[in-house]
Write a protein that binds this ligand. Structure first.
Ligand code: AMP
Ligand code: ZN
Ligand code: FE
Ligand code: FE
Length: 292
């Protein structure tokens, strides 16, 4: 079984349409794929249709933008009810924050002599609700201002760079609670990645587990072999689910090919059981995992 639990489509900042994402997963020899676009379930229906056709087992998820101790944290939520009103309201706040910062980013780029319109960013995003810096980057590439997304982030859009603008994100502990109430389960994405924040240690992760976290994304391209080994030990010690994933973004991110990291069948099984338990305990209608 080859299982990849973190991927993006055009519903956020990936470059494949949701159906193409699932077909790419089938072509890459994956048995299970989770679609985890940023802050939205928009891609689920199209992905599910392609899953039915290809035989890929589809796990519906999303990567929710959260904030903890002043730093951005990405939370992978699997199988939450996407219609649960408090979750819908929180995601709407996040999406609104994503839209609201675009004009400020464009003003800052303009001050640097880089002219770009909001319409160009919208076009680059293919009507996504989850507008992000990668779409600003794509619009810059289209204009010939930078070579690729990477250069746009390194020179202008990354944290601490001149066109960087903060945006709203939900408090992490509140988000953990929301996902549980929505009948889903939460896994912290790339916790030792390059966000610049302090690495959550065993005590921090234990505290988050108290608040509802069920798993840790250990095998991720942003983690060095040394980091993976340490984080693996902590995750096992705490009895949390351990995942490995590609964080595929299509052409939008290099070195994140589908299946480049995978999750074991045992950990996947446990994640699905915990999601079923969360769904039972909630008052929500939780989406099924689409099995072929
Ligand atoms: P935002 O959602 O607007 O905060 O932008 C963050 C997103 O940009 C993350 O989901 C990353 O996938 C993506 N990203 C961050 N750094 C880079 C980079 N150097 N090249 C391409 N994509 C990146
Ligand atoms: Zn992304
Ligand atoms: Fe992320
Ligand atoms: Fe991601």
């Amino acid at each position: 079984m080859r299982i990849d639990l973190h991927s993006h489509s055009r519903a956020s900042d990936g470059t494949d349409a949701p159906g193409d994402l699932v077909r790419a997963a089938a072509a890459a020899g994956l048995d299970v794929l989770a679609i985890t676009d940023h802050d939205t379930a928009e891609g689920w229906a199209e992905a599910a249709e392609a899953a039915g056709e290809t035989g890929v087992e589809l796990v519906r998820g999303m990567e929710i933008s959260a904030r903890h101790e002043g730093h951005a944290v990405h939370l992978l939520a699997y199988l939450p009810d996407p219609t649960y009103p408090p979750l819908v309201a929180e995601l709407e706040r996040v999406l609104q924050g994503r839209r609201a910062r675009v004009p400020t980013m464009l003003e800052r780029l303009r001050a640097l002599g880089l002219e770009l319109s909001e319409a160009e960013v919208v076009r680059a995003g293919h009507d996504t609700a989850a507008t992000g810096r990668p779409h600003v980057a794509d619009a810059m590439v289209h204009r010939g201002l930078v070579r690729d997304r990477d250069e746009a982030f390194t020179r202008y859009l990354g944290a601490g760079r001149p066109a960087y603008v903060e945006r709203y994100a939900a408090p992490l502990v509140e988000t953990l609670r929301l996902v549980t109430e929505a009948g889903g389960v939460s896994v912290i994405a790339h916790p030792w990645g390059r966000s610049g924040r302090r690495r959550p240690d065993e005590a921090d992760l234990a505290e988050l587990a108290e608040a509802g976290l069920v798993g840790v994304e250990v095998d991720h391209q942003d983690h060095s072999p040394q980091a993976r080994a340490e984080l693996r030990a902590i995750t096992r010690n705490l009895g949390l689910v351990l995942t490995g994933s590609s964080d595929y973004h299509g052409d939008g991110k290099r070195d994140h090919e589908l299946g480049c990291n995978t999750t074991s069948a045992e950990d996947y099984q446990r994640l699905i059981e915990l999601a079923a338990a969360a769904a039972d305990a909630s008052s929500c209608a939780t989406p099924e995992v689409l099995r072929s």
